[in-house]
Design a protein around this ligand. Structure first.
Ligand SMILES: [Zn+2]
Length: 162
């Protein structure tokens, strides 16, 4: 393709919401450690959030269609793969793609990436996931293999590796 003029590359973002319960707890550590590290978030009865999920894909504008991907199709992928699976669920027990991880916002963002990346049609690629756990706290994940420093560094508790 060298020598041909490049088509404009753009990014489009779909934002979706889901409400879910979770409890931060590391089964490999004792109760005292879990209370000390996770504090209120270790409450045995869990607690809930309304998460906002921003999913951004990038691609070249198709000259015939004028878009890289129909917004409707991006919304459908996010809805089927994440929202319907997580909404009104317990993230510790009910969501197959979160099995075995502590459902911190960090871990959820990484697992959501793994769910969505293979579903993005050819011609577009997933470039960014932003998961807002509260109005003040969010996680940004730009996928595996991104050099350190170009994405936010997690400051919360570390989860169990997948
Ligand atoms: Zn929480």
């Amino acid at each position: 393709m060298t020598g041909l003029p490049e088509r404009p590359r753009v990014r489009i973002t779909n934002t979706a919401h889901f409400s879910a319960a979770h409890r931060l707890h590391n089964d490999a550590r004792d109760a005292e450690w879990n209370r000390r590290i996770f504090d209120k978030c270790n409450n045995p009865y869990g607690h809930g959030h309304t998460y906002a999920l921003e999913v951004t894909v990038e691609g070249e504008i198709d000259p015939e269609k004028g878009w890289i991907l129909d917004f409707k199709d991006l919304k459908h992928i996010v809805s089927e793969r994440v929202v319907k699976v997580c909404d009104m669920r317990n993230l510790n027990t009910d969501v197959p793609f979160l099995a075995g991880v502590i459902p911190t916002a960090e871990n959820i963002a990484v697992k959501v990436w793994d769910e969505l990346a293979p579903a993005v049609p050819s011609g577009a690629r997933l470039v960014r996931i932003v998961l807002h756990e509260t109005e003040r706290n969010k996680v940004v994940y730009s996928g595996p293999g991104i050099p350190k420093g170009s994405q936010s560094s997690p400051t919360g508790p570390q989860g169990i590796p997948a």
